[in-house]
Design a protein around this ligand. Structure first.
Ligand code: C2E
Ligand code: CA
Ligand code: CA
Length: 849
């Protein structure tokens, strides 16, 4: 197996390129081999065919020469037979001799010698020789008429003399009888002579007809002519008999008697000759050359022609066979071509299918996988292929997919988990809760969501540092995991907030678990030698009673948690009866987290005006929150929320920073008013406050008197010792301090005296109604007196109209703040207001009306 593999690798079969090379080489070899075989085969067949054809051509030529010569010989022979001529006799021999020679050549010619026609050619040679001899004899015969016509001799030697004698005897007789005109003898001799002559004519006609034709037997005409001859002969004999009778009766002269005797003799002699000749004429041998021609020469001619024809036929057949074999070769080549083409097409198809299987479809599958990967779907199975190229592609893709998946998993994990504790985070909780609610709805099962917040965690974090805080959080995580059922999700919501998702859990079990968690958290924590007590506030919301969606359930669990904390309980189950106010409050709490950093806060400024000269001495910085959903949130509410959530610290820091920044900008344009910032009770407890303020002043290069601080009477009283320490420090720095909302609390004057404050701000509730309410007017008046006695300046807030202004001025109040002069306005608006110097030089009637 391994050896096979290494061989495959060696010839490159493991790569597509290698396979293509091998297949292409194979195809090329196949084609070359096919061409070679075809060439060899065709060459061989063609060579034999051409050789055969050349040899056959020679034979055909010889055969044609022979045929020509034989034909010429026959023609010449016939012509000789009609009119013998010595030249023609030579010509016949010349032709036949040449034909004989050629027949010999033909019999010996290579193609004929190899084939079956050799025998025929030899036979033709023999026939020709025989023909030559016969022709010789025939022509010899034709030159000798006596031999040619056997009857001729009888005619010439027997009958002609008889005729002559007969006629001369007749003539002698007539001569003798001529004188005797009355004598019947003369007439009778003359008539006999006439009859004789008629006989000779009849013979002549008969002979003419006989020699004029080469008929096989006597024709009807000849028969009639022969009968005519016999008839004439009989008439002659009758005349002769008549003459004989006349002689007996009358007697003739000597001459006439002698002539009659001769005539009788010659007539019978003639008749005998005629019998002989006609006998010959009636037979076949009347002409000796005819049977020779008919029986020997003519058959020889035809057999020679037959021989030649046979030879030609064989040669034609052979030629046809050769053409056939050539055709077969052509057909074979055509077939081979077809076979090669079909093989090539089949190979192409196979190659394409193979290409499809090994390249195209893997690529398509990879592409499909890529697409579904890109759409985040579960990607298809990757193709299995052994070609290096596609294999490499598939491998690369698989690797990429592995890494992408791994990274995705990491990202998902990171996105869904908290880095510090490794617990699922808030966004993960949202998913899990949605799923759990879905199945709880389907299965009609209860579900409980527990939200918890550590007590004092911020303090620990701030005082002992983040590292300790982090370790504490990890320990809290461990305790939670140990306490809670494994099937439940423990989630870190952020900061010191955790949640536990408890599917299938109703109220009682949820409460029991909350108790267990409280118990676990109540145990002391030890972090790096620090012994820490960390309690927690737990809130529980239940499905379906308290909500059936993520948002409601989480919000209600948080509400329950705040309720627990506010009531100093460890845990609480959400109560539907809780007033809507607290729900809004709680919702605001969570939103305020973001508001501080998100630029949703803005600082407004309200002027404080000197009642004596109308000069603007300062501004109070007042916070404004434009909630993106709820709109304008009243500062009182906002501050209350901030105080409850501990957000008052960052909030105050923001106000201080913004206020000082603004004061510094104003300083640069010549507006030197004091910016007063409100402090909450919690701010006074903050050990960092003083440093923070000092740093701020330094950073903005502001003198201490540029900043004022307003602290409510109740705030100062909450933790007097602590507040005092901070105030003393701030006062020492040169910052002016005001007691805000004076009159609403129950501060002891003796204590007030101890405070390093510079200013009293009479609460607006007294000021606004002092013209209507005598009590309020009395409070305002006595407060002004008291403050002045203590060496403090007095600010009246809530100055809404001119009357109040006038009364306050009359009462000797130092400063006024209120809607009459200006509502709290943005910094830019204040600049404009300030530049108009509205209150710098108050008109006398306004002041003294
Ligand atoms: P406050 O310190 O007593 O501030 C004065 C409040 O009286 C402001 O209300 C002001 O708009 C309002 N006021 C001034 N003149 C008049 C007037 O002629 N008529 C009427 N009816 N009201 C007048 P605002 O801005 O609503 O602030 C309410 C409270 O929110 C403030 O009372 C203060 O206790 C608190 N607050 C506002 N900003 C801050 C802040 O930055 N830090 C802290 N700790 N508290 C703030
Ligand atoms: Ca104030
Ligand atoms: Ca006030």
């Amino acid at each position: 197996m391994r050896a096979l593999d290494s061989i495959r690798r060696l010839i490159g079969l493991n790569s597509l390129r290698g396979r293509y090379r091998v297949v292409a080489l194979g195809m090329a070899l196949l084609v070359v081999f096919g061409i070679w075989v075809a060439e060899d085969y065709v060459g061989g067949v063609g060579r034999t065919a051409t050789e055969n054809m050349a040899e056959r051509n020679d034979a055909v030529l010889l055969s044609r020469h022979i045929r020509d010569d034989v034909w010429q010989a026959e023609l010449t022979l016939h012509s000789f037979m009609l009119a013998p001529d010595i030249d023609q006799r030579h010509a016949v021999h010349r032709h036949l001799q040449r034909a004989i020679r050629n027949a010999g050549l033909l019999a010996r010619s290579p193609w004929v010698a190899r084939s079956t026609v050799a025998r025929i050619a030899r036979e033709a040679g023999l026939n020709l020789e025989q023909l030559n001899d016969l022709a010789d004899r025939l022509m010899g015969l034709r030159g000798d008429p006596d031999h040619l016509f056997p009857a001729m001799r009888i005619l010439n030697e027997e009958m002609e003399p008889a005729n002559r004698d007969f006629l001369s005897a007749t003539a002698l007789a007539l001569e003798e009888l001529a004188d005797d005109e009355d004598f019947a003898g003369y007439r009778r001799f003359s008539e006999t002579r006439q009859e004789w002559l008629q006989l000779i004519i009849a013979l002549r006609i008969y002979l003419i007809n006989i020699t004029g034709a080469f008929g096989d037997s006597l024709s009807e005409l000849q028969k009639a002519q022969e009968a005519q001859v016999r008839f004439r002969l009989q008439r002659v004999n009758e005349r002769l008999v008549g003459l004989g009778a006349l002689e007996e009766k009358h007697g003739f002269g000597m001459q006439a008697s002698a002539s009659l005797a001769v005539m009788r003799e010659q007539a019978s002699h003639w008749a005998a000759g005629y019998e002989q000749a006609s006998e010959i004429y009636r037979g076949t041998q009347w002409r000796t050359d005819v049977p020779l021609i008919k029986d020997s020469v003519q058959p020889l001619f035809s057999s020679i022609q037959g021989n030649l024809q046979a030879i030609d036929q064989v040669m034609e057949r052979a030629a046809a066979l050769d053409v056939g074999s050539l055709n077969r070769v052509a057909g074979g080549i055509t077939h081979s071509l077809w076979a090669i083409i079909v093989t090539a097409i089949a190979l192409f198809i196979l190659a394409f299918l193979y290409f499809e299987k090994t390249v195209l479809s893997p690529i398509a599958l990879v592409a499909q996988a890529l697409r579904s990967e890109a759409r985040g779907r579960r990607s298809a199975e990757l193709p299995v292929t052994d070609a290096t190229e596609t294999h490499a592609l598939v491998e690369a893709f698989a690797e990429m997919r592995r890494q992408v998946h791994q990274r995705q998993r990491q990202l998902e994990y990171q996105a869904g988990h908290d880095a510090l504790t490794g617990l699922p985070n808030r966004s993960r909780l949202m998913e899990r809760l949605a799923e759990a609610l879905e199945s709880a709805k389907g299965e009609r099962q209860p579900l409980a969501l527990l939200v918890m917040d550590l007590n004092r965690f911020k303090e620990i974090n701030d005082t002992l540092g983040h590292e300790i805080g982090d370790q504490l959080l990890q320990q809290v995580r461990n305790r939670l995991l140990n306490t809670v059922d494994e099937a439940f999700d423990v989630v870190r919501l952020g900061g010191d907030e955790f949640a536990v998702l408890m599917p299938g859990t109703g109220r009682e079990r949820a409460v029991a678990i909350a108790a267990e968690i409280t118990e676990a958290l109540a145990q002391v924590f030890t972090v790096e030698m620090h012994t820490l007590f960390v309690g927690g506030g737990l809130g529980i919301a239940l499905f379906p009673e308290h909500g059936d969606d993520n948002r409601t359930l989480i919000q209600h669990a948080e509400v329950a948690m705040y309720v627990a904390k506010r009531n100093n309980h460890h845990y609480a189950v959400y109560d539907i009866e809780l007033d809507q106010h607290s729900i809004r409050r709680l919702a605001l709490e969570s939103d305020l987290h973001h508001a501080i950093g998100d630029g949703q806060l803005e600082l407004y400024f309200q002027p404080k005006v000197n009642l004596t000269n109308g000069q603007t001495t300062g501004v109070e910085a007042l916070i404004r929150w434009h909630h993106p959903e709820r709109g304008f949130i009243p500062p009182d509410e906002l501050i209350a929320v901030a105080e409850q959530t501990g957000l008052i610290k960052p909030l105050t820091a923001w106000v201080l920073e913004t206020g000082m920044g603004q004061r510094a900008r104003w300083q640069r344009i010549g507006i030197e008013v004091q910016v007063a910032v409100n402090l909450s009770v919690w701010n006074l407890q903050d050990p960092e406050l003083v440093t923070q303020i000092r740093d701020g002043l330094d950073r903005h290069r502001l003198p201490a008197h540029a900043l004022g601080l307003e602290i409510t009477e109740s705030a100062m009283m909450a933790d007097p010792e602590r507040a005092l320490a901070a105030l003393v420090e701030l006062d020492a720095m040169g910052i002016s301090l005001a007691v805000d909302d004076f009159g609403t609390g129950f501060s002891s004057l003796s204590y007030l005296k101890r405070l390093p404050v510079d200013e009293l701000k009479i609460d607006k509730s007294f000021v606004m109604s002092m013209n209507e309410d005598e009590n309020d007017a009395a409070i305002v008046r006595s407060t002004i007196d008291l403050a002045h006695n203590l060496g403090l300046k007095v600010v009246a807030e809530g100055v809404e109209n001119q009357q109040i202004w006038t009364v306050l001025e009359f009462l000797g109040c130092d400063t006024a703040q209120g809607y009459y002069m200006s509502r709290p306005i943005p910094a830019a608006d204040f600049e404009q207001w300030y530049q108009q110097n509205l209150w710098l030089k108050p008109e006398p009637q306004r002041l003294h009306a």
